[in-house]
Write a protein that binds this ligand. Structure first.
Ligand code: PLP
Length: 832
């Protein structure tokens, strides 16, 4: 909707002190630096403690802005073609305009307030509802006296639902926000310590916040905070008496009867299962978070969705897919193997505690550092406040505190008395940055917590991982697609074991296993116990076979419920002894049989030993298997058939002793594609998952999963006779354009791709390697390839240039190419 300048003058109760024309206004401008549309913008000359917007009028006029709202007498002679509206209070004018605009629409609007969690509840509601509604919502944490009007302004008649948050720091402010948001559904998240200075006490703060809900039809809140519960009751009464009709209450509680009565909250391996009673039925959701704040936020969202009539089943499905809200607590990788939590948005005690909880939950590093600015919370004895902070830090076992700000320095004695081992203080972010190189950050989790004014994000940028710009992109959709391709070749009853050994053929560990678990494969297999441990730690609960178990890992196998592959009499005996000592019985194992690969497995002669041990009840044999040596090659089909027949003979012998059913399997990727009769009870799918048709059948439509991408560091013009790289092997024969690419043999780019053997995909063309491959860099000849610039991406393999082709050039196989990509190459997973 557009507004005429004359209409706006009326709406904001101003006076058009100078009129040039009757312009149309589309954009509201507060910050002169953010001006994009001069013609259709209306600039509000806001007066803040530091800045007076009136100062910017001439500069904006110069850039073409012609419409202004001012509160000061303005020298109009320099703004001769402008429309100038004069008002008493520019902020109020902005708010009146936004409120008027909001009134033009009758869509349902969710208004959220409370001390913590507003943004997350808002973002989660958006995540949960955006497939059902066209939603307008506050950007980031725009919840202030200025942020709310700007949030509401883009509302138009395509929107079906509004979600806005409101934050206040003084009494009187909420009435103004109520008029702008006009919520029909209210959500009161909680009441904490934040911004206490503007209020007499918690009760007053609750009552003030509740003013957002004076005209709602439904109010969602948690009954368990007495101040909120009583405040809501009073509000309800007020409207009941006032004759305007009261609102519907939708509350929840963990201790007593409520609209949604939470029965259990059960945390396990990265998820929380919440069950509740609603309309006399037990319903449940599971969320991929375990901290208390997330649980509370999710329950608020749950209430709203139930109120909106979303089916319990649909809610459960969506809740499991909730993603973290980056603008608050985001966890990311930092330099030197650090993890960083950046929460530099506020610095009150309760949000500090929430952030500390989140930090404490991180298990990837033992060592934890907190970088903390002054706490901005007046109305409290400062010494007491910092004592509490020190206590909270000590309680969570923080190894190092880096304090930033005058107050931190002033109160450092309380920290020095606490058991926090390492303490450093700086008066400002600048002094910290100056000293940055003396503070070593390595293998630790770092929480950055501070008020916005401190701009800790400068530190965040320093700590962030210096991305080695070479990445291996993993397409999880392609992985799922390839899995389905092979599944189509299987009998409906045949099970599938996915091979995720060697870091899932180089493409990642629990990230890949997680996707496979999602796609419901039956089994996973890894080569070594520690790979299995990593999967368990990453939350994988599928059964996992470990192909290369050895006695030093027996206790780990048991602890993490990993199923060893027993392949020799010695291993069998020692595992038997281990289980006896531990008093463990019926432990799941797999038996590998030697049929012709001559790698691991019991030979036919050793079978009697196996049979003897298996008679007891120490083991449960889950499966019996063998490995084919040449399933991909028609030349060796007779050998393959002989392997199969030896296998069947040995299995028969085993079945005479093992009377319960176990799975028989022998086929790998190529076996699945070429020997349908060898599917048996299960198959072991490896390289095919990653997009390689190892049997060369050309019948499968596989997709490349991994794309290796590097960037161009420099481009040089060389003349005939110049040489490139070590040993001067790359001799330039004509004027040549050479690009230096950020990858080398240390990243897994084979050195025998030197001197034209290897080629890279640049801007749709193949560019040959020139000279020898260096440790961290390679030069390529890009002569004649148009529009190549420094910084451009180069594809080393991927959809455009299959890894099989590059492996062929390097005289190796895709298996070695993929698993050889070094761990310093960052893996990035994506899914459409
Ligand atoms: C690696 C491996 C597989 C998978 O082989 P692909 O050719 O990648 O399908 C199957 N079985 C065993 C025992 C393996 O070691």
């Amino acid at each position: 909707m557009k507004y005429h300048i004359e209409d706006i003058t009326g709406i904001v109760k101003g006076k058009l002190v100078q009129q040039h024309d009757n312009a149309f206004i589309e954009h509201l401008l507060i910050d002169s630096r953010k001006m994009i549309f001069p013609d259709t913008s209306l600039f509000f000359a806001m007066k803040g403690p530091r800045r007076d917007g009136h100062v910017f009028l001439p500069a904006l006029y110069e850039k073409g802005v012609r419409n202004f709202v001012v509160s000061e007498d303005t020298d109009a002679s320099k703004l001769s073609q402008a429309n100038i509206i004069q008002v008493k209070d520019v902020l109020q004018a902005l708010q009146l305009l936004a409120a008027h605009h909001r009134k033009q629409y009758s869509l349902p609007v969710i208004g959220i307030t409370g001390s913590n969690g507003k943004t997350i509840v808002k973002e989660w509601l958006n995540q949960l509802l955006d497939d059902q509604y066209s939603i307008i919502r506050s950007p980031r944490s725009y919840n202030s006296q200025i942020g709310v009007p700007l949030s509401v302004w883009p509302m138009n008649d395509t929107h079906e639902l509004g979600i806005f948050e409101a934050g206040i720091s003084q009494s009187g402010e909420m009435d103004r926000l109520q008029k702008i948001i006009q919520p029909s559904i209210g959500v009161f998240t909680n009441i904490g310590e934040a911004h206490s200075e503007g209020f007499l006490n918690r009760r007053q703060k609750v009552n003030e916040k509740l003013r957002l809900f004076t005209h709602v039809k439904t109010l969602v809140y948690c009954k368990d905070a007495p101040e909120i519960n009583e405040g809501v009751a009073a509000l309800w009464q007020q409207f009941n008496k006032g004759g305007q009709g009261s609102f519907e209450i939708f509350n929840w509680s963990t201790v007593t009867e409520a609209t949604l009565q939470v029965l259990t909250v059960y945390k396990e391996e990265g998820t929380t299962l919440i069950t509740a009673l609603y309309k006399e039925q037990t319903i449940a959701i599971k969320i991929p978070f375990t901290d208390d704040a997330s649980v509370e936020n999710a329950i608020h969202c749950w209430c709203v969705l139930l109120h909106l009539g979303v089916a319990a089943k649909a809610i459960a499905k969506k809740m499991l897919q909730l993603g973290p809200v980056a603008m608050r607590l985001e966890l990311k990788k930092g330099m030197n193997n650090c993890s960083i939590i950046n929460d530099s948005y506020s610095a009150d005690l309760s949000s500090f505690n929430i952030a500390l909880d989140f930090l404490a939950q991180q298990s990837q590093h033992d060592r934890k550092t907190v970088i903390l600015s002054d706490i901005l919370q007046s109305g409290r004895n400062e010494k007491e406040l910092y004592k509490e902070v020190a206590q909270a830090l000590a309680q969570r076992g923080i190894a190092r505190l880096i304090g930033i700000g005058e107050k931190m320095i002033q109160h450092q004695a309380v920290f020095r008395l606490s058991p926090i081992p390492e303490l450093v203080f700086y008066p400002s972010v600048e002094s910290f940055i100056h000293d940055f190189h003396h503070l070593s950050f390595r293998d630790e989790t770092i929480l950055l917590k501070g008020a916005r004014v401190f701009e800790l994000e400068q530190i965040d940028r320093l700590l962030e991982q210096k991305v080695h710009q070479t990445v291996l992109e993993i397409d999880l959709n392609a992985l799922g697609h390839n899995l389905r391709q092979y599944q189509q070749l299987l009998q409906p009853t045949t099970k599938l074991m996915a091979m995720v050994k060697a870091f899932s053929y180089g493409s990642g560990s629990y990230e890949i296993a997680n996707a496979l678990q999602f796609h419901k494969v039956d089994y996973l297999a890894v080569a070594y116990a520690d790979e299995g441990v990593e999967l368990r730690r990453g939350g994988i609960n599928l059964p996992i076979m470990v192909m290369n178990a050895d006695p030093s890992t027996f206790d780990v196998l048991v602890q993490y419920n990993l199923e060893p592959d027993l392949y020799s009499p010695a291993l069998l005996r020692s595992f038997e002894a281990f289980l006896k000592r531990q008093g463990i019985r019926q432990f799941p194992v797999h038996i590998e049989l030697e049929t012709g690969m001559n790698r691991l497995g019991f030979s036919p002669e050793e079978l009697d030993t196996v049979l003897e041990v298996l008679k007891g009840d120490l083991f449960i044999v889950k499966s019996v298997y063998s490995h084919l040596a040449a399933s991909e090659d028609p030349q060796h089909d007779a050998y393959t058939r002989r392997q199969a027949s030896i296998f069947h003979g040995m299995v028969e012998k085993l079945q005479q002793v093992i009377t319960y059913p176990f799975l028989r399997h022998i086929s790998n990727t190529a076996g699945i594609a070429r020997h349908p009769d060898l599917q048996l009870d299960m198959v072991r799918l490896g390289i095919g998952l990653y997009g390689i048709d190892s049997a060369n059948t050309h019948r499968l439509e596989l997709k490349e999963v991994s794309t290796l991408i590097a960037t161009i560091a420099q481009i040089k013009h060389l003349k005939a006779g110049d040489t490139v790289s070590y040993g001067r092997r790359g001799v330039v024969e004509r004027d040549t354009l050479v690009a230096t690419v950020r990858i080398g043999y240390a990243d897994g780019y084979p050195r025998n791709l030197s001197n034209g053997v290897g080629k890279m995909w640049v801007n749709g063309k193949l560019a040959p390697v020139i000279g020898t491959v260096c440790m961290d860099m390679v030069m390529i000849d890009i002569t004649g390839i148009p529009h190549v610039q420094e910084g451009d991406d180069v594809i080393l393999f991927g959809k455009e240039l299959p890894v099989g082709q590059v492996a062929h050039w390097a005289q190796t196989i895709p298996y070695e190419m993929l698993t050889g990509i070094s761990q310093r190459v960052k893996r990035v997973y994506f899914e459409e």
